[in-house]
Write a protein that binds this ligand. Structure first.
Ligand SMILES: *Cc1c(COP(=O)(O)O)cnc(C)c1O
Length: 378
């Protein structure tokens, strides 16, 4: 795989980063569990690998693949999505200001409040779906704008091109958590973002059996070198086995995402008409306030949606308690459908409505999923 630019994402997902093993001809890359690599008598390293925390063949393959999928210049893989977010924040300097969205992955908010603020970063929270509010919230020290679109758990839509322009005009970077749409649903770098972050735990992994994260950068610049330093010296590196598993999963990502999105659209339409449902949050619905922007900037609306059930917390808990096919569990992006009462898992700082259920639509037959929801809502 040399030239990536002209190839479609289905082809990149299968070929980028994959090369037959030069020593054995094995078509699939072996898992390089060795932590250390022998030097030549003259002190050089035969393949450039020294020690697995700093570099590993399986990690390089994964980073090559992710760089191609997001159309970036470089990527750094981490042991979790949170480690990837932390690396971006830690590449900033104490005193720098982060503009953070009012609806976002709960762990990212805790990271800013409980770890980065005590470390000297400042932040403010803004409605990222409102471009004027974003412009007004910029401060002279703002160096990073954090975007998550669709957001978790309300699926609010941020106009990436518009807010990236605001960031750049102020000398700040725009980073996008692209976990929910995945690279097949949204390409933030092409829209003007500087950094893309993934919890590879979710759709890229796709089977709820590995933890990982990644940062992909539009430019391999000094800021990305800081992120690389957090990876190699901070040390939150992914295991070679997890990198290998991801390479295996990513090959089917484009086809999984098509089905996740198609099923979620059907289920969102079904729930929008259901009398026991107060509201459905899904950007593929024409009535969603972010629908027009989502149509412009997304290739697919994704497999995640949330609903607010009529009757408050108890009614929502009752629905979650009655489903048979959906698994009651946190997380998302696997082939199996999950349902979660989000406020109770987020705990005391939550701003999530008490009657909200978050749904990760899997790859089961959508008619079976709808029948299950129908009996649970009855
Ligand atoms: C899960 C998730 C994360 C965190 O990833 P981990 O792998 O659990 O550390 C960050 N952002 C979003 C949108 C997520 O869904």
């Amino acid at each position: 795989m040399k030239k990536h630019s002209a190839l479609r994402i289905e082809t990149l997902a299968i070929h980028a980063g994959h090369t037959p093993d030069p020593t054995t001809g094995a078509v699939m890359q072996p898992i390089h569990l060795s932590t250390t690599f022998e030097r030549n008598p003259d002190g050089t390293y035969p393949a450039g690998y020294v020690y697995t925390r700093t570099d590993n063949p399986n990690r390089v393959a994964l980073e090559t693949c992710l760089t191609a999928l997001e159309g970036g210049a470089a990527a750094a893989a981490f042991g979790s999505g949170m480690a990837a977010i932390a690396a971006i924040f830690q590449a900033l300097a104490p005193g720098d200001h982060i503009l953070f969205p009012d609806d976002a992955y709960f762990g990212a908010g805790r990271l800013v409040r409980e770890l980065m603020a005590p470390w000297g970063l400042t932040y403010s929270v803004v409605n990222m779906a409102d471009v004027d509010a974003v412009r007004a919230a910029m401060q002279p020290t703002t160096r990073l704008m954090w975007v998550e679109t669709p957001s978790n758990p309300l699926l609010k839509i941020t106009d990436i091109a518009a807010v990236a322009q605001i960031a750049h005009a102020a000398g700040a970077r725009c980073a996008v958590d692209n976990t929910w749409p995945s690279p097949t649903g949204q390409q933030p770098l092409a829209l003007g973002a500087d950094l893309v972050m993934h919890a590879t735990t979710k759709y890229l992994g796709g089977h709820s059996d590995l933890l990982g994260g990644a940062v992909i950068a539009r430019a391999a610049d000094a800021f990305f070198e800081r992120i690389r330093l957090v990876q190699t010296i901070g040390g939150a590196a992914p295991s070679p086995f997890d990198c290998w598993l991801l390479m295996r999963s990513i090959r089917t990502l484009p086809y999984r995402m098509r089905a996740h999105s198609e099923h979620a659209q059907r289920i969102a339409e079904f729930l929008a008409d259901h009398p026991a449902v107060e509201s459905v949050h899904y950007p593929g619905l024409p009535g969603h306030p972010g629908h027009a922007i989502a149509r412009q900037q997304m290739q697919q609306f994704g497999g995640m949606l949330s609903i607010q059930v009529r009757g408050g917390t108890d009614a929502a808990m009752r629905v979650a308690g009655r489903v048979q096919l959906f698994t009651r569990a946190t997380s998302l992006g696997g082939v199996e459908s999950l349902i979660e009462h989000r406020a109770s898992v987020e705990g005391s700082h939550t701003t999530t409505p008490a009657n909200l259920l978050r749904i990760s639509v899997g790859l089961e037959h959508p008619d079976d999923l709808m029948a299950d929801l129908a009996q649970a809502l009855a």
